[in-house]
Each structure stands twice: as C-alpha cells, then as structure tokens.
Write a protein that binds this ligand. Structure first.
Ligand code: COA
Length: 261
C-alpha cells in the first residue's frame, strides 16, 4: 500500500484507521481516491490480524464532500456508467468487508461522501457533520448507491425527501432518522468511534463477521432463503474455537479470550 496518494492507513493495535486525505478539496472523491480506497480495502481484507476499520476524512471540515465535480463535469453517457459502476464496486467491497467498518463522519458527508458513509456498517458523526445528497441540484442523480442504501437505512419517505430536495441535514437530524448511531463533539470523534468499534471487536471475531454476512445477505434474498442462510451460519459457529471459548468463559465467570478461529 506504499503508493497511496489520497488514502492513509494507520494502525491502532488491531484496528485500521483509513483516512481519505484530500483536504484541500474537502476530500472529494476523484477516480484516484476511489481506486485507492478499493486497493486499501482489498489489501486489508487479507490481513488476518485486523479486527475492524474506522473510515474517516482528513481535516476538521469534511468527511467527504462528494464525487469530484470537476471530473464529473467531463463525463459522457458511457464514462458516466463506468464512473458509477467503479464507485459502486468499491463501496460494495466496503459494505461486504468481512470485518466491521465504522464511518467516523467529522463534517460534510455529501453526495458520494454520504454514500460512502452509507456503505459502512456503523456511522458516528461529530456535531458539525452535515449529510446530504445534493446531486439533483447538479442535474444528476446519486450514482454510488445513494438511491438504494439510504431508503434501506432511513425508510422510503425520508430517503426520497433527502434525495429530491438535495438539502443538507444536521448531525442531530441524521441521528433522529437513524442515519447515524450517535453524535459526539468534534474533538472526541475518533476516540468515541474507536471505543464503539472496540465494543464490537471485543466479541468473537468470527461471530461478528458472520453476523454481518447474514444481515447483508438477507437484504438480497427472500425471507425464507435469508432464514435458511442464517441457520447455516449459526450452525457453522459450532465449529469455531471462539464459540467454545465464549461459552466456557461464561461458565467459568471470566472474560473470553477470542482468537478469531
Ligand atoms: N468536488 C470537487 N471539489 C470540491 C468538492 C467536490 N465535490 N467539494 C468541495 N470542493 C472544493 C471546492 O471547489 C474548493 O476548491 P478550491 O479551493 O480549489 O476552489 C474546496 O473544495 C473548498 O470548498 P469550498 O466550496 O470553497 O468550501 P465551502 O466551505 O464554501 O463549502 C461545501 C463547502 C462542501 C458546502 C461546498 O464545497 C460544496 O457544496 N461542495 C460540493 C458538494 C456536492 O455537491 N457534492 C456532491 C457531488 S456529486
């Protein structure tokens, strides 16, 4: 991952902190940023020691202020489809990432930035965060999953209102809609995000991964198939050392020491 220009990866023990770092452009997503995010998440998926990821933006003012409008302005119909598909591929990689990914949103999360946060499993926002899908004001529609994932998270009516008005909402409103899990002071964003993610990663790593898999699988299939899939994964847990350790630790009244196996 040494050739990265716009995405930084830092380690906090077994957590990776991935930062979109193009602060002079409010971390706007040009093609290179999207490609680098893809590379980073592909590489991280191979890391057996990793337990979770925090995704954030550099600087105090923006998580990500959208796709790069300068780049989008030059697209034609064919490249437009390609740009959208490429972003969707990378965001789906994040959504289906086998470890929990938490978006720490410290400022504007607009357009592609809002869509990026939506592709993460959990969202924590700072008080100054602002969310919105302003694309219609530019004469386009959200193309990185925004017309799909927002409705699933906050409900159809609210998603349609946000998508069609293009208006920004505050962090407080985002919390009331269920778009973010919690709102914290800007200076506490990373520490609160880390504390929340550590609550997750203190649990059995295989169980956390398979719970995520079951939840997202269920979005794609009929109820009966989703339930069958859940049962298969549930049964699979019995083959893990983590299950043995988790239950033994409970019975022995001690904290479990999970190994992720
Ligand atoms: N694409 C490209 N550049 C962007 C950008 C984007 N999505 N968002 C911000 N920038 C750039 C600005 O052009 C400016 O660059 P410059 O200094 O070279 O002129 C820089 O980031 C700072 O932004 P600026 O607009 O001066 O800051 P602001 O505080 O006045 O406003 C925003 C901040 C986020 C409200 C405003 O930049 C904005 O509306 N951005 C576009 C959001 C959007 O529509 N996103 C969806 C895109 S599909």
């Amino acid at each position: 991952m040494s050739d990265l220009k716009y995405v930084r990866v830092e380690w906090d023990q077994d957590l990776a902190v991935v930062t979109v770092d193009r602060a002079e452009k409010m971390n706007a997503l040009n093609g290179d940023v999207i490609a680098e995010l893809g590379t980073v998440f592909q590489d991280l998926a191979e890391d057996g020691d990793l337990r979770g990821v925090i995704l954030t933006g550099a600087g105090e003012r923006a998580f990500v202020a959208g796709a790069d409008i300068g780049e989008l302005a030059t697209m034609d119909a064919m490249t437009g489809v390609q740009v959208s598909r490429q972003g969707q591929r990378v965001f789906s990689l994040i959504e289906r990432f086998p470890r929990p990914v938490l978006a720490a949103v410290g400022g504007y999360a607009l357009g592609g930035g809002c869509e990026l946060a939506l592709a993460c499993h959990i969202r924590v926002a700072s008080e100054n965060a602002r969310f919105g899908l302003p694309e219609v004001g530019l004469g386009i529609i959200p193309g990185y999953g925004g017309t799909v994932r927002l409705a699933r998270l906050v409900g159809l009516g609210r998603a349609i209102e946000m998508t069609l008005t293009g208006e920004m909402i505050t962090a407080e409103r985002a919390e009331s809609l269920g778009l973010v899990s919690r709102v914290v002071p800007r200076e506490d964003l990373l520490s609160e995000a880390t504390a929340l993610l550590r609550k997750v990663t203190a649990n059995g790593p295989v169980a956390v991964s398979k719970a995520l898999e079951s939840v997202y699988h269920a979005l794609d299939v009929a109820l009966a198939d989703a339930l069958t899939y859940e049962s298969s994964l549930f049964g699979l847990m019995a083959s893990t050392e983590d299950m043995k350790e988790g239950m033994t630790a409970f019975l022995e009244k001690r904290k479990p020491d999970f190994r992720g196996r």
